[in-house]
Design a protein around this ligand. Structure first.
Ligand code: DGT
Ligand code: CA
Ligand code: CA
Length: 575
């Protein structure tokens, strides 16, 4: 793992925090804080210079002692001084520092005055109202602490799917190379394409589990081995992600895969079904008495229960078993079904690439049309377009379309939906676009009735086409806006509008459950990248996962249509 300036800065910052909690000399604390800032903002990578044997330049505020520490961190990734400080204080102090809103001063006050040195103590102190009386705290701070503890309990320890993917896929690949290993599959919530995963569940087949177990627990990203048995082991990777491995014989592969893919609720429905038929279902197979009826493939397991194979994304006990019993399950949308993308940004607003670069990247990824949808004028921070700039961009798109082959650019805008539901650009300009993508970027906190009215009014606009990232939630940052979403979806249907599923891993908005409602209500969903650079088109994969969890088929997706079929759908005849 390469050490970056930011890593060194983080260590200095933590040293400063811990010294401050210990009540060290304020000048000493300040020296570490300043060093953290200086190193963090330093233009060249110090660890790289050290690795190349170059002398470190003279950096103001970094004397001999700090230089030695930088060398140590660059060489080992760690600081023995920080480790010593850790030993001198309760281990949970660092954890407390990671609670949003708790800096060293507050942690010190809590520690000194209330003897708080664990998350449990903190929760107890906040719940019993003892924190508000500390000088500098107050009732609001106490509420914030409780809220942060709630978020922590149900969110922050989960990993976003794309982050987990990097670690899990590499580890699975390493295990596949172990001699004697048959199959290696990532099961659990990861396979069900949940937007976040609590841990990774790996399944492998091997006659002899020894070599694969050894490779797993000895993998160089492993920080800690939690348990190790003959056929199961759990580790924590350096990034904090837990990984469970189960090794099973080939004959049980399908049953084990089904079991460890879950969800727990889906498994329970299956198990009851087996029992009702006088069968036993477990991770080894389907049995009648001692006799195994199925187990080697998932298909055989489902078939033994009188069911077709159910795609992992549907296995949430949301009626999938009953549905499968009655008839075929929906044929879920795939990445290959997407013919175009209806939401992206370029350099003109907050994107990184030119229109041409975006068009060519989209074409490389098999897309046949791409809508350019910059932010509108109100969003000054991201250089939102006013009418003049938008009209100029439309001319540029005409010129590019005359040159480009294999992809067609559509003229659009991601227009801001203002607080009263009106749109951030004049009607006559919006009317000249191929599509108008509307989005909320502020006032997420309106009362639900007002929020709903705002969205309905936006869709009443004759030129409105797609409601972008409808609930505006961002994982770990912002909960979904409160509104009457069923009413919003029905209104979209009535007005001939569409809803977007934004594929950015932090958004994945529309959420799966609302995708399914949109489908049932007959509202098409646009699966868009919201790309801000040429690489972001790859995010469509995450959007597809969410769409599949929402039971969407190609027919339910607006941009599964080719351009000829799409055009009449974009042309609003209502008004
Ligand atoms: P996660 O890790 O929180 O994102 O969610 P999962 O679904 O990956 O859950 P996990 O890792 O606890 O367990 C993996 C699968 O193993 C789970 O989806 C179903 C199965 N499983 C685990 N514990 C039980 C259980 O107590 N009963 C049943 N029926 N299945 C279980
Ligand atoms: Ca899991
Ligand atoms: Ca697990």
């Amino acid at each position: 793992m390469p050490v970056h300036n930011a890593d060194i800065a983080a260590i200095f910052e933590e040293i400063a925090d811990l010294l401050e909690i210990q009540g060290a000399n304020p000048f000493r604390v300040r020296a570490y804080r300043n060093a953290a800032r200086t190193v963090g903002e330093f233009g060249r990578d110090l660890a790289t210079m050290i690795a190349r044997g170059q002398a470190l330049p003279k950096i103001p505020g970094i004397g001999e002692d700090l230089t030695r520490k930088i060398h140590e961190i660059a060489d080992t990734g760690k600081s023995s001084f920080l480790e010593r400080l850790h030993k001198e204080l309760p281990a949970a102090i660092t954890e407390l520092l990671h609670i949003p809103g708790l800096g060293p001063k507050k942690v010190k006050a809590l520690y000194d005055q209330l003897r708080v040195d664990s998350i449990e103590d903190l929760r107890a102190a906040a719940e019993s109202g003892r924190i508000r009386d500390l000088p500098g705290f107050g009732e609001k701070t106490e509420q914030h602490i409780l809220e942060a503890l709630r978020v922590r309990a149900d969110g922050t320890r989960r990993f976003k799917r794309p982050v987990a993917a990097q670690y899990a896929e590499a580890l699975a690949q390493a295990l596949r190379r172990v001699p004697g290993v048959g199959r290696v599959e990532i099961a659990g919530s990861y396979r069900r394409c949940r937007e976040t995963v609590g841990d990774i569940d790996l399944l492998a087949t091997a006659g002899d589990s020894g070599p694969v177990m050894a490779r797993f627990t000895g993998y160089d990203e492993v920080a800690e081995v939690l348990s190790r048995g003959e056929t199961r082991a759990s580790v924590v990777l350096k990034c904090g992600l837990q990984v469970d491995l189960r090794v099973v014989p080939e004959a049980s592969y399908g049953a084990a895969l089904a079991y460890f893919t879950g969800s727990k609720a889906h498994n329970i429905v299956l198990r009851r079904r087996a029992q009702a038929r006088g069968l036993k279902l477990n991770e080894y197979g389907v049995f009648r008495g001692e006799r195994a009826l199925a187990g080697e493939t998932e298909e055989s397991v489902y078939a033994a229960l009188g069911l077709p194979w159910i795609p992992p994304e549907l296995r949430e006990d949301r009626g999938e078993v009953e549905w499968a019993e009655r008839g075929p399950l929906p044929e879920l949308v795939t990445r290959a079904d997407l013919k175009g993308d209806l939401h992206c940004h370029t350099k003109a607003s907050d994107g990184a690439n030119s229109i041409r670069e975006m068009a060519e990247a989209a074409r490389t990824r098999g897309l046949t049309y791409l809508a350019i949808t910059e932010h509108s004028q109100r969003l000054r921070m991201v250089h939102g377009l006013d009418s003049t700039r938008l009209l100029k961009q439309m001319d540029e798109i005409d010129r590019l379309n005359a040159e480009l082959t294999g992809i067609v650019l559509l003229k659009g805008i991601e227009v801001d939906i203002l607080e009263d539901g009106s749109l951030d650009l004049p009607d006559d300009v919006l009317g000249r676009l191929d599509l108008v993508v509307g989005a909320v970027h502020g006032r997420f906190d309106l009362p639900p009735a007002k929020q709903t009215a705002r969205l309905l009014k936006a869709m009443d606009h004759p030129h409105f086409t797609i409601l972008a990232h409808p609930t505006t939630r961002e994982l770990d940052r912002r909960p979904p806006m409160e509104a009457d979403w069923l009413r919003v979806i029905r209104h979209a249907r009535g007005r001939g509008c569409y809803l977007e599923l934004d594929s950015q891993p932090d958004r994945l908005d529309l959420l799966d459950t609302w995708c399914r409602v949109a489908k049932e209500e007959g509202v098409l969903v646009a699966i868009d990248s919201d790309a801000h650079s040429v690489h972001d088109f790859d995010d469509l994969e995450w959007g597809i996962g969410q769409a599949r969890r929402g039971w969407l088929t190609a027919a339910d997706v607006l941009n599964s249509r080719g351009l000829e079929a799409l055009r009449p759908l974009l042309a609003r005849t209502l008004g």
